[in-house]
Design a protein around this ligand. Structure first.
Ligand code: AMP
Length: 183
């Protein structure tokens, strides 16, 4: 099963991704985690990515796609792509990569959370890029660059919207109900 997880910063993708990979045995690829590891290790990619991440901007497509291509080969038994793609260009590149492997996406989960709730959740999290100015920029980047993916994947008939309000267990229950259709 190949799953993409889309949603604004603070929607709870990371938390739910942990539940999903545990129960469905999927390879978890979080580009945010991979980029943060590169920043921590101060690799050339990390040094470049850090400039964008600290400003709440998206890292350029070429850099992110490089990170994904390197790791996607490990995803033999299916994958959960968490935070990738985040632009139409990334989505098109992903389609090309998966078409070559003859392994199309099964489903794209959109975690839907109202903006005022996102601010509350992000402000209480305490990550380096969770200060109010950077949060605002990350939400702008989401609306301008990532939200168009909802239309892109709706057009392909693979998008499923998940209500992201409620307890972690309630939201995970909604996710499982969808994923169980594809097992
Ligand atoms: P996340 O942990 O998914 O919230 O990602 C943290 C930050 O990493 C984002 O604000 C971006 O700067 C960068 N990032 C992660 N994934 C991508 C992506 N697919 N495209 C561009 N930038 C990304």
């Amino acid at each position: 099963m190949r799953v993409v997880f889309v949603g604004p910063p603070g929607a709870g993708k990371g938390t739910q991704a942990e539940n999903i990979v545990r129960d469905y045995g999927l390879f978890h690829l979080s580009t945010g985690d991979a980029l943060r590891a590169a920043v921590k290790a101060q690799t050339p990619i990390g040094q470049e990515a850090e400039k964008y991440m600290s400003a709440g901007a998206l890292v350029p497509d070429e850099i992110v796609i490089g990170v994904v291509v390197e790791r996607l080969d490990e995803a033999k038994d299916g994958c959960l792509l968490d935070g990738f793609p985040r632009t139409i260009a990334q989505a098109e590149e992903l389609d090309r990569i998966l078409a070559e492997k003859n392994a199309p996406l099964d489903v794209v989960l959109e975690l839907d959370v109202p903006e005022e709730e996102l601010f509350k959740r992000l402000a209480s999290r305490g990550r380096a890029d969770d200060n109010p100015e950077v949060i605002k920029q990350r939400l702008v980047a989401y609306h301008n660059q990532t939200e168009p993916l909802v239309g892109y994947y709706t057009g392909k008939g693979v998008l499923r919207k998940i209500d992201g309000l409620g307890t972690v267990e309630e939201i995970y229950g909604r996710i499982k109900a969808v994923l169980d259709e594809f097992k």
